[in-house]
Design a protein around this ligand. Structure first.
Ligand code: FES
Length: 652
């Protein structure tokens, strides 16, 4: 039989096929990523391709206009009803009639679609666990005793090469009406299981025009961030955040573990509170995006170990004491209804990323998935700053991880005028080294405090306090302006030559803002504030040094700051304080919410889930709590920037 050369772009895959072969068949045989939901029946339009005409010297072919069969009745009907874009063909209907070059447009390459990450240009590949499949099922027969489900399984095997299939009871209950209403044609949402068993998680009569979505959720101890993501192309349709309602049981992780220890049933109270908040977020996101709860078919969670246990309904008490044993560290696949989520599809599947260790959770695993230190030629220190700092150090040869108890000072807690990052909070500070006069910027205004129009720009909020990035900048600026010595002691008015240094009891405080112009509070940086920041930054630095000791290095090539906080702090001020090890400033970058990005990657790719599971098993965990050198590093790091480390890049 005569054959023809078929070349697909942009993949460049090519092969020879008998004349009359459908383009979709050729694509499948060559492993070209060409989408199809209806299995080649001319219904879904996902298989659209653009045949090229002309001379392709690079490929050594000349393509004529009749290299593909003319439009058939299915394409004509499709074009009449829905319209086919100029030059497009349905890959399942067009047949090869001669040498041909066929372009697969991005929207038809769903399984290999590239989505750029928020804060960097690393790419992720679409390979979601749940797909929609249109199936034609044989009708029942008096002589054939098999059930409708068994005939559906056979159809999936023949039409979609899915070997083992299960279905939940709610799906079984909907199966017979769906088959009959759809005229023995149905669309199923098929979730690829962990052990080669696919599960039908929903079923619709006929061809289902709708889309399916997933939620990527970064469950933090302070906030819950959720992204509603289109599972066909990875697009975020809506994002929302909510305070973690567990805050009323304790500000930080350890106080929540204590609450569980001291109050019988306290862990269940916290579990119910956080699950209700997540369910509410799912409902709000669905409403905002204009979709139904039934369209949300998957959820991926990343969270620290205590949040992980409380989400799953496991008492976190063991995480509060050595050896900090996790109930389970492996990745988990669950059903949403097991956790009582009612605002998503009844069959919605949950994937929880693996934890690295008792203090280094699935959120750190998600950062590792987003940043892939194991693929870096440079030695990269990645720091996710929160109430606990999670720190990764590694390159291609090895990746180490630890967590360090920085406390809530970096989030504005334990600071006399501290507050969360919100309109009215001071977020940027500069102090003139000669006059010692400050200027600052407030969240909600783009003007500095000494610029014309500043007061009007903050008229609705005034200056309400100082947030984490502001406190880091003001302490570093105080050190640079000579208001603070290396030991962290604030000088008196006489020593510093400015009346802004006021006596408060036996120590001094620096007046950052007197509040007279806006009627707001006086913002003072007290000696207690400096001590809180010294403790937090020493813990962070000591954790990083401990990993560097283990790696037997005295410097790193790059530093990546992850998390919302990492996105807002100035690398220069962080280094002046000695929060991070010395490195050229242009080698410090912010990765934004890398844990959230990792959650999105895992939501959109089964392969990424397997990758993070393998990566976590190769990460070496270093326990700061039992390591004597941590204490030594911590004490030396109390000085600003450090008692012995020279920080040469601060001088350049
Ligand atoms: Fe559905 Fe071609 S595969 S229209």
């Amino acid at each position: 039989m005569a054959d023809a050369l078929v070349i697909f772009t942009p993949s460049g895959k090519r092969g020879r096929f008998p004349l009359g072969t459908p383009v979709l068949t050729a694509a499948r045989q060559l492993g070209v990523d060409l989408d199809s939901v209806c299995g080649g029946r001319g219904i879904c339009s996902k298989c659209q391709v653009t045949p090229q005409v002309g001379e392709f010297s690079k490929h050594g072919v000349t393509v004529s206009a009749d290299a593909l069969s003319p439009w058939n009745a299915v394409e004509e009907r499709y074009d009449r009803i829905r319209g086919l874009r100029e030059g497009r063909r349905l890959g399942c209907q067009a047949k090869v009639e001669g040498d041909v070059v066929i372009d697969v447009p991005p929207e038809s390459q769903v399984h290999r679609q590239v989505v750029r990450k928020a804060a960097s240009d690393v790419e992720m590949i679409m390979d979601p666990a749940t797909h929609l499949h249109f199936v034609e099922v044989a009708e029942p027969d008096m002589h054939e005793p098999r059930g409708d489900f068994e005939r559906l399984c056979e159809a999936l095997r023949e039409q979609w090469q899915v070997e083992k299939v299960t279905a939940s009871l709610p799906v079984l209950a909907r199966l017979q009406p769906a088959l009959r209403r759809g005229g023995w044609q149905v669309t199923v949402a098929l979730w690829r299981g962990d052990e080669g068993v696919a599960k039908i998680i929903d079923i619709w009569p006929g061809f289902h025009e709708g889309r399916i979505y997933g939620l990527a959720i970064d469950l933090g101890s302070t906030t819950i961030a959720a992204h509603l993501t289109d599972l066909r192309n990875g697009t975020v349709k809506a994002s929302a955040g909510a305070m973690n309602p567990q805050i009323r049981f304790g500000e930080d992780l350890m106080s929540r573990v204590s609450y569980a220890m001291m109050n019988p049933g306290g862990d269940q109270e916290m579990t119910q509170a956080v699950r209700a908040a997540i369910d509410g977020l799912a409902r709000d996101l669905a409403t905002e995006a204009g979709i139904g709860a039934r369209d949300i078919v998957e959820i991926v969670f990343v969270c620290n170990p205590v949040m992980h246990h409380l989400l799953l309904g496991v008492d976190p008490v063991e995480l509060g004491q050595a050896p900090f044993a996790l109930a389970t560290s492996d990745a988990m696949s669950l059903e949403a209804r097991d956790l009582g989520f009612a605002q998503v599809n009844e069959g919605c599947q949950i994937y929880v990323l693996p934890c690295i260790a008792g203090h280094v959770g699935a959120d750190a695993a998600a950062v590792a998935l987003a940043e892939r230190p194991d693929r870096s030629n440079d030695l990269v220190l990645t720091v996710d700053v929160g109430t606990n700092a999670e720190i990764l150090l590694g390159d291609r040869s090895r990746v180490l991880a630890c967590s360090s108890p920085t406390g809530p000072a970096f989030e504005g807690a334990q600071i006399s005028s501290g507050q969360r990052a919100a309109p009215g909070a001071i977020e940027r500070v500069m102090i003139d080294p000669i006059t010692k006069e400050p200027r600052f910027r407030v969240i909600g205004s783009s003007l500095w405090s000494d610029e014309a129009g500043f007061a009007e720009s903050i008229s609705t909020t005034g200056v309400t306090g100082i947030c984490g990035s502001g406190i880091i900048e003001v302490v570093a600026e105080m050190r640079l302006a000579g208001l603070l010595d290396a030991g962290g002691l604030i000088g008196s008015a006489e020593q510093t030559g400015t009346a802004r240094c006021e006596l408060q009891g036996r120590t001094s405080a620096y007046l950052l803002h007197d509040g007279t112009a806006d009627g707001g509070p006086r913002i003072l940086i007290t000696q207690g504030d400096i001590r809180a920041i010294q403790l937090a930054k020493s813990a962070l630095y000591a954790g990083a040094r401990l990993l560097m000791d283990e790696m037997q290095v005295d410097h790193v090539d790059r530093v990546t700051l992850a998390g919302a906080f990492g996105a807002h702090i100035s690398s220069k001020h962080a280094m002046v304080l000695g929060m991070i090890p010395d490195v050229p400033l242009d080698r410090v970058r912010s990765a934004g919410n890398a844990a959230g990005t990792g959650a999105r990657i895992a939501l959109c790719s089964v392969a990424a889930r397997r990758e993070v599971e393998g990566l976590v098993s190769r990460i070496t965990k270093i326990e700061t709590a039992i390591e004597p050198r941590f204490q030594e590093h911590f004490v030396a790091a109390n000085a600003i920037p450090h008692a012995s480390d020279p920080f040469p890049n601060l001088l350049t």
